[in-house]
Design a protein around this ligand. Structure first.
Ligand code: 6GU
Length: 247
């Protein structure tokens, strides 16, 4: 069983967000466990304070080291080792499918969700193993980012998805976006399902889908398309030694 410990000042946000649909089902099946840890429960401040002004001045408040460290230590004491600990921050490395697959191999993962203007650097140095961002924009806190990561990692944990659902990562590992899908009815608002999909000719269907994938990738993700073209070259043995750079 994979356990996600989410250290946060807003435990109900994380609990509410992850109890529906596929993730909720996997929790019920005891494939996953999601434990929201309320950082405020660990403060030694008698007023429940967890933040203070930044040394050196500046806007906003900084989350203090003590409650975060004690909340983390309670997790360590419970599981008997120091788990991989991810700090959600726009300063981190950008999350991608390969990271989701790698994180899915761990039995326990801790997520630290920051708020205010940041977290005291000293506690980060003590507990954090990975600094991760989910993209180039700024959120008000790490909770939504943690939920994004938990979702993407969870679907890579065996048993979370049904056979029907399939843990494919096609879109990202062959460097192409997915082709469009259609279901009944055959005509909707005068729009017809592409003829080839009704033909039963599997070779033609496959070729059409690939063509669609290539066109969409070229248009929306030229960066990904470039990698697709290179990788195709490698597969067909016409890649030159000089530019087989790894990514
Ligand atoms: Cl991980 N945290 C916050 N606060 N903002 C973000 C982010 C993370 N990733 C992108 N923006």
């Amino acid at each position: 069983m994979t356990t996600f410990y989410i250290m946060t000042l807003f435990p109900e946000m994380v609990e509410q967000g992850l109890k529906t649909s596929i993730i909720g089902r996997a929790v019920e099946k005891e494939i996953l466990r999601i434990e929201a840890v309320n950082i405020r429960d660990y403060t030694t401040n008698k007023h429940g304070k967890v933040d203070d002004y930044p040394y050196g001045g500046g806007a906003g408040m900084v989350m203090q080291a003590q409650p975060i460290y004690d909340a983390y230590q309670a997790i360590v004491d419970r599981i008997g080792r120091r788990p991989r600990t991810i700090y959600l921050t726009p300063k981190g490395q950008t999350f991608h499918q390969g990271m989701a697959k790698e994180f899915a191999l761990d039995e326990e993962l801790v997520f630290l969700c920051g708020h205010y203007e940041g977290v005291d650097e000293r506690v980060l140095e003590e507990i954090v193993t990975d600094y991760v961002s989910i993209g180039d924009y700024v959120l008000t806190g790490g909770e939504l980012a943690a939920m994004v990561m938990v979702d993407a990692i969870s679907r890579m944990v065996p048993g979370t998805l049904s056979n029907q659902e399939s843990g494919e990562t096609e879109t990202f590992h062959n460097y192409l976006l997915e082709y469009p899908q259609y279901s009944r009815p055959e005509i909707w608002r005068d729009k017809k399902v592409p003829e080839v999909l009704l033909s039963g000719h599997h070779k033609n269907i496959e070729a059409w889908r690939l063509e669609q994938s290539i066109a969409l990738t070229k248009k929306n993700r030229p960066d990904l398309y470039e990698r697709y073209v290179e990788q195709e070259g490698v597969q067909h043995g016409r890649k030159q030694k000089a530019d087989t750079g790894s990514r």
